[in-house]
Write a protein that binds this ligand. Structure first.
Ligand SMILES: Cc1ncc(COP(=O)(O)O)c(C=O)c1O
Length: 375
């Protein structure tokens, strides 16, 4: 077991999320309030008042797991566990299934939780690169070349944070086949699955492959990161391993969170359609802004999610630039150093459209200002 690496993105957010005024760095859609949830779901104040803070069950209440299974699975609640965001699911998956020395295929760049936990366990990471020169398009042949009989787990996240890249349905099938061929676990982080710009969301791979474990969350597409609610689909045997670990950690979710989550799952389409429409409008704004700033930035249009990984021309240290933007313009942007890629920044476009416009205008000013970050 190695010491776990500091989570760079979470550290950046700790420093700037509460100290900036305009957020064009976060990776989720605009957040909802409780008052909005009362309006958009059938949740009532009386229901909240009647919550008794008893324990909940280890996997989550049956009604809630059933609702999740019906929306994102095949209707079987035995395959579902609810979690405190997908972060908890991720922690349980890696600690429940990996051992030192295991080979694990991970994306690069990638949300750090999806590889640092495995690294801290002592796993050997094999990196599946997404390259800007190829529009960050995942190359399935490259993934296949990394997967072999020693592979214990393949961990992916599509649509991808921070690039917005994704797979076609055919590529998803090819990936599942390659992982199934060697009997490895496929960990499918579906945090952004429900926001896509062409076609429909990719199906849950757990429906096709019993060693696939997929994770979902209300933090990104549903505007509820502070609810700390997520879920994972896995076989009952695998979920039993997670419960064994959870018994020493968080035990179960709060019955109040479970109640709110159930109402949200039941009205998920309503919340989603509002934010999807906003995401489309905002993506067009970003697209036009990029066109007007081609001398300063380069990008690859995202296929899903609400973030994109912008290359800054002539700026090799995006971290100093992002400190400057936060301190001078009070705008939150995430440096590519949080993703092992210092010449890029993560731009989040899921927030209020007025904020996006204002944030982009400050970004233009900062990029045009002759500052110490220009080479
Ligand atoms: C790809 C991805 N997975 C998982 C998470 C964790 O989110 P949460 O624990 O809020 O569900 C994040 C958060 O940024 C993420 O980007």
């Amino acid at each position: 077991m190695n010491e776990i690496a500091p989570a760079l993105l979470e550290g950046w957010m700790r420093d700037y999320y509460f100290n900036t005024e305009i957020d064009i760095g976060s990776s989720g859609v605009e957040n909802f309030s409780l008052a909005e949830l009362f309006q958009l779901t059938n949740l009532t104040q009386e229901e909240l008042n009647s919550v008794v803070f008893h324990d909940s069950s280890s996997l989550g209440s049956l009604e809630l797991r059933q609702a999740i299974a019906e929306r994102w699975g095949n209707g079987d609640p035995e395959q579902v566990m609810v979690t405190h965001g997908s972060s908890e699911a991720n922690f349980l998956i890696m600690n429940g299934l990996l051992n030192a020395g295991d080979e694990v295929v991970v994306l690069d760049p990638c949300y750090q939780q999806l590889y640092s936990i495995a690294e801290s366990i002592g796993c050997q990471l094999k990196r599946w690169q997404l390259r800007f020169e190829q529009n960050f398009a995942p190359d399935i042949e490259e993934a296949k070349s990394l997967i072999n009989s020693r592979t214990r787990m393949v961990i992916v996240n599509f649509p991808h944070n921070p690039t917005g890249a994704s797979l076609t349905r055919k590529e998803q099938d090819a990936l599942i086949d390659a992982v199934a061929k060697v009997g490895a676990y496929l960990v499918w982080d579906a945090a952004f699955a429900d926001i896509v710009y062409n076609g429909s969301p990719l199906p849950n791979p757990n429906l096709r492959y019993d060693r696939a474990i997929s994770m979902g969350t209300f933090s990104k597409c549903y505007g509820l990161p502070g609810l700390r609610f997520g879920w994972c689909f896995a076989s009952p045997e695998v979920l039993a391993r997670f419960v064994r670990l959870r018994d020493y950690m968080t035990l179960h979710l709060s019955p109040m969170i479970e109640l709110i989550a159930r109402r949200v799952v039941e009205k998920a389409d309503k919340l989603l359609s509002i934010r999807l429409q906003q995401a489309r409008i905002n993506l067009d704004i970003v697209s036009k802004w990029v066109e007007q700033h081609q001398a300063l930035v380069k990008w690859s249009r995202p296929q899903g999610g609400v973030c994109t990984f912008l290359g800054l021309r002539g700026i090799s240290n995006s971290e100093s630039f992002c400190h400057y933007l936060a301190n001078t313009h009070k705008v939150l942007l995430v440096p590519g150093t949080c993703f092992n890629n210092p010449s890029h920044v993560r731009l989040g476009f899921g927030g209020a459209t007025t904020d996006l416009n204002e944030g982009l205008s400050c970004l233009s000013k900062a990029l045009l200002t002759s500052n110490p970050f220009n080479e």
